[in-house]
Each structure stands twice: as structure tokens, then as C-alpha cells.
Design a protein around this ligand. Structure first.
Ligand code: ADP
Length: 484
């Protein structure tokens, strides 16, 4: 398929490992376009030997990188950011081709991912230490912050660029090296980032992208005593498995796992704003984000009005190939995603939910699915407890604030939450009462490089973005100076 790239070299059928490029051959892994089923190309099927090679090279490269000045590292990252933005259109095209999201949304993701590189190019110079009044007259207490060392990263397919940028930028800013295993479904976006990182001047061996069997590569990464941190974004099941695999070598962990976000509309909300917020929080990326609203709670007095407004709005949004102009809903990533979405709808309707919009596979075929709104949804339905990861908005009815806060918190997950209210006292009360790492108040879009992204409970460990995102790649060293 001709993607019409200005710089065709960005779609490279090869992976950068330990400072060399390994070409894909006919035994490589095929990457397909979910909108058409077409094969886009191949990436090499790498395993134990190449992962070890990447880790060894990272160890060497990391020492030299950490020895450079923060300003020097900052300048390289800044060039990487500039190159990502200069190639935004091409990177967006590669992303749409392998992931399916509409081109405008894909280009938005490139800008969003690049913004983390820009932000951490700035934060690189702010890894301050402390001098603390000591415990003895002849002693001084210093703490400095140093890079953790070699970091392994494993990332998913829903944001093929941004999930990498959010990890790689703070890692390199801090002075770490990174060995990345991107999703097997979207490796070309990762490889294109590496091409530009090399052009920006990131030293050889500092950033490897290892494509191949996930479990094999993950095992080598987690077994290695050289790897001091694992940063993972994906499902809670795989995250928990990797957590256990990291135990013997006592690695630091950053885990961005599943969510089951509540989205609460109180009867004092601006309903039109709440509808706009729902469209963003629920339907962005076709419902395939870990911060997507999964349970929409609407207070009884405004339930019918909200359902009608939301249905009107969503019905007007077009579905199709992400390369076509004006498309809002692309395909789902694969057949398994379609099966899960359909099973949640079937389960809900069999227990009394009604379909206000959509409800079935789209007539376009393939993995396209109709954006769906369900009403009369209750807590016993699977959709109330499992992450749907698809374009289904289930509307639950509630009566009181206490009832809805308890319902919202009744989940093992704790990533994002949202609510709409114009009552300031309620805004404070509910923000404080929600057991989540993030709360969106009167907004459906919360993620930005300046803010700490992350969850509590089974949604993960650590924060990405903000100044805290840099901390996650630094160790504190205490230096006690005596004899003064
Ligand atoms: P999703 O449902 O978003 O695909 P996964 O947790 O299955 O979430 O996948 C996220 C990332 O984890 C992908 O890069 C995938 O290849 C990788 N992965 C899946 N299973 C394992 C495993 N056993 N070890 C290491 N990585 C894995």
C-alpha cells in the first residue's frame, strides 16, 4: 500500500537493536491495516539473542549518555521533538495505516506524543537534589538524583506513538537507556520514532526496538539484572504477570494498566457540555483507551434528556476508513475486540438494557462497529465491571450523590474518573471522594504532558508526565559528608 509519505524511509521494515538495524525477511511478522486487512509490511521476528544484545548495548550507551550534561541531553530531545513535528503528517499516516484511527486523530496523537518529548527536554535540566540540615555539627546531608540505568519498556497498540513517547522522553531526559518492545500490531510507529531519534542525535545503542514474541522478549527483559526498571502500559493481567517476573531482580516498576472509568452527570450539570465531554471521554479512539468512560452515571431527573441529546450527537458522527475526510470512528483493532464489544451488548440487553443507538457490527464490514448507546444499564451486567474497550456508552441511572460515589468506587480499578456539576461544594466533595488517580471535572479530556497521569489500585503504579514523570526514572542517592 502506498501511504503517500514525503519521507518513505520512515516506514522501515527493520528494527534498531543495539546500534544496528536488523532487516525483516519473509519469516518476519506481518503488520496489517485493520481498516482493510491489507498487509502493510513486515518487521523482524526477534527473540532472546537480540533482546540480550540490546540490553548489553544499552548498558554501555547509558553510562556515556548519563555522563553528558543535562543541557546536552535536553538539546537532543528537543531536536527529536522538532523532527517529530516536522514529520507529523507522515507519522500520522503510518499510525492510521497500522492502527486504524482517523488521520486527524492520528496526527493529534503525534503532537501529543511529541509534547512529552518537548516537556521532558525541558525537565531534563531540573533534576535537582537537596541539602538538608544535618544531625551532627561536623556533617552535611546531600541527596542527588541519578538515572536508574537501563529501562525496559513494553507498550500497547491503542496509542502506538504516545505510549512510547511518554516513557522514552523522561527516560532519556533522566540519563537512562531504553529497550522497547512495542505492540506486535503497531510496530511501524515505534520504528519511525527510532529513525527520527537517530537523526536527532540519540547515541547508538541507547534506544533499541525489539519486535517479536512478547512473552519471550518480556522474559529476557525481566530476568536481566542489568535492566533496573520495567515500564509497561497494557492490561492488568499482563501487568501483574510482569510484576511477578520482576520480583527476583527487585526492579522498579511503572505500570499503566486497565481502567473502568466512571463518568457522572449530576442534575446540576450543564447538559450540553456533559454531552460534549462524553463524546470525547467515551468515544475517542473508538472507545479504545484506558481512560475511556466505561460507566456513565446520569442522575434520574436529567437521565432521559441526557440520553436523547447524546444519541442525537453520536448518531451524527461518521464511521469509515481513517484516511477518508471527516471520519470520527475507524475500525476496531481486531476481531477479538469486536467479539468483546458484541458480547457486552448481548449480555446487557439479555438483562434488560435497551439499545438507543447502534448495537451491532457496522454494515461496512471488517472490524467496523456501530457506535452504541445503551440505556437502563444496571450493575449486574458485565459492562459494569469489565473494561469494554469499544464504542459502547452504557447509561446507568442514579438518585443521590452518596449512591453514585459508592457505585463509582466499587471497582478494582482506579485510573480516570469524570463528573459534571456546577455546584462548587460538590465539585470538591466528589473530587476528594473518588478513589482514582485522575479526576476530570467538567471536562472529558484530561491528559497532557504537564500533568501526572497514572492510577491507583489495580490500575497501576507510578506517574507519567509532569515533573513526577522524571522522578520515576531517577534514584535518590544520599551522600553524608563528615569531618567538616
Ligand atoms: P492489550 O489488551 O492492550 O493488547 P496487553 O497487555 O495484552 O494489552 O498488551 C500490551 C503489551 O504487552 C503488548 O506490547 C503485548 O505484546 C505485551 N505482552 C502481552 N503479553 C505479554 C507477556 N506475557 N510478556 C510481555 N509482554 C506481553
Amino acid at each position: 500500500m502506498d501511504l503517500g509519505l514525503e519521507n518513505p524511509d520512515l516506514l522501515r521494515q527493520a528494527a534498531p537493536v543495539g546500534g544496528r538495524w536488523i532487516d525483516a525477511d519473509s519469516s518476519g511478522i506481518a503488520v496489517t491495516n485493520p481498516a482493510t486487512g491489507e498487509t502493510l509490511g513486515y518487521v523482524p521476528d526477534l527473540g532472546t539473542a537480540e533482546t540480550s544484545e540490546a540490553i548489553d548495548a544499552a548498558r554501555v550507551a547509558q553510562k556515556a549518555w548519563a555522563a553528558r550534561t543535562a543541557k546536552d541531553r535536553s538539546n537532543v530531545l528537543r531536536r527529536w521533538f522538532d523532527l517529530m513535528m516536522a514529520n507529523q503528517d507522515d507519522l500520522g499516516r503510518i499510525l492510521t495505516a497500522e492502527q486504524g484511527k482517523p488521520l486527524a486523530e492520528a496526527k493529534g496523537e503525534i503532537a501529543y506524543g511529541a509534547s512529552f518529548i518537548e516537556w521532558f527536554s525541558e525537565e531534563a535540566r531540573r533534576a535537582y537534589g537537596d541539602i538538608t540540615p544535618g544531625h551532627a555539627p561536623d556533617k552535611r546531608i546531600l541527596s542527588v538524583r541519578q538515572p536508574i540505568g537501563v529501562v525496559a519498556a513494553i507498550t500497547p497498540w491503542n496509542f502506538p506513538n504516545a505510549m512510547i513517547a511518554r516513557k522514552a522522553a523522561p527516560a532519556f531526559a533522566a540519563g537512562c537507556a531504553m529497550v522497547l518492545k512495542p505492540s506486535e500490531m503497531t510496530p511501524f510507529s515505534a520504528i519511525a520514532m527510532a529513525v527520527l531519534a537517530e537523526e536527532a542525535g540519540l547515541p547508538s545503542g541507547l534506544f533499541s526496538v525489539v519486535t517479536g514474541d512478547a512473552a519471550t522478549i518480556g522474559q529476557v527483559m525481566t530476568d536481566s539484572p542489568i535492566v533496573r526498571k520495567l515500564t509497561f502500559t497494557g492490561s492488568t493481567g499482563v501487568g501483574a504477570k510482569l510484576y511477578a517476573q520482576c520480583a527476583p531482580t527487585i526492579k522498579k516498576l511503572g505500570l499503566e494498566l486497565g481502567g473502568n472509568a466512571p463518568f457522572i452527570v449530576f442534575d446540576d450539570a450543564d447538559l450540553d457540555a456533559a454531552v460534549e465531554g462524553t463524546v470525547i471521554a467515551k468515544f475517542r479512539n473508538n472507545g479504545q483507551t484506558c481512560v475511556c468512560a466505561n460507566r456513565i452515571y446520569v442522575q434520574a431527573d436529567v437521565y432521559d434528556a441526557f440520553a436523547a441529546k447524546l444519541t442525537d450527537k453520536v448518531a451524527s458522527l461518521p464511521t469509515g476508513n481513517g484516511f477518508d475526510e471527516g471520519i470520527v470512528f475507524g475500525p476496531l483493532i481486531n476481531d477479538a475486540a469486536v467479539t468483546k464489544v458484541a458480547s457486552h451488548i448481548a449480555d446487557a440487553t439479555s438483562q434488560g438494557a435497551s439499545v438507543a443507538l447502534g448495537g451491532k457490527a457496522h454494515s461496512i464490514g471488517g472490524t467496523f462497529f456501530e457506535p452504541t448507546i445503551l440505556t437502563d444499564v444496571t450493575k449486574d451486567m458485565a459492562i459494569a465491571t469489565e473494561e469494554t474497550f469499544g464504542p459502547v456508552a452504557p447509561l446507568f441511572k442514579f438518585e443521590t450523590e452518596a449512591e453514585v460515589v459508592a457505585a463509582a468506587n466499587d471497582t478494582e480499578f482506579g485510573l480516570a474518573s469524570y463528573f459534571y456539576s456546577q455546584d462548587h461544594a460538590r465539585v470538591w466533595r466528589v473530587s476528594e471522594a473518588l478513589d482514582y488517580g485522575m479526576v476530570g471535572v467538567n471536562t472529558g479530556l484530561i491528559s497532557t504532558a504537564e500533568a501526572p497521569f497514572g492510577g491507583v489500585k489495580a490500575s497501576g503504579l507510578g506517574r507519567e508526565g509532569s515533573r513526577h514523570g522524571l522522578d520515576d526514572f531517577l534514584e535518590i542517592k544520599y551522600i553524608c559528608m563528615g569531618g567538616i
